[in-house]
Design a protein around this ligand. Structure first.
Ligand code: FES
Length: 135
């Protein structure tokens, strides 16, 4: 059920998220989440940052908030965000946030640094293994 991946900091995109309220896939059979993963990879490549780890996974059980992603790094708080579409603007906003996340000590990015495109998109935060938040 689980597939081993790199433990590096990564953006994990749910590739099974639907395309829109009416359809799960586009005319070529691609899910909205798979298209969003492509958009994020293209945005990273435009930045000359194609070594950002972008993984694809199956459902996070947050389907109504499609498209969803999990941002994680070892020892940091991780986040599930949603309500993205496979657009350049959404991919850029996510990468802008991810760059601040990578630079943070524990995964907390000051609100003043949040790109507009991620505000209202956070669904959950999770403490890393061996830690809890706020103690
Ligand atoms: S299909 Fe993407 S969260 Fe369920």
């Amino acid at each position: 059920m689980l597939t081993k991946t790199d433990t590096a900091a990564s953006i994990v995109v749910c590739s099974t998220c639907r395309l829109n309220d009416e359809a799960r896939e586009d005319e070529t059979g691609k899910r909205g989440g798979a298209l969003f993963a492509e958009a994020v990879r293209e945005a990273a490549a435009r930045r000359g940052n194609s070594d950002i780890h972008i993984e694809e996974t199956a459902c996070f059980f947050a389907c109504s908030r499609y498209c969803t992603v999990h941002i994680r790094d070892e020892g940091k708080i991780s986040y599930v965000l949603g309500d993205f579409r496979a657009t350049e603007a959404d991919a850029e906003a996510l990468l802008d946030y991810f760059e601040h996340y990578l630079a943070s000590k524990d995964g907390v990015v000051p609100y003043g640094k949040w790109p507009e495109g991620v505000k209202g998109h956070f669904i959950t935060r999770q403490p890393p293994a061996g830690r809890v938040i706020g103690k």
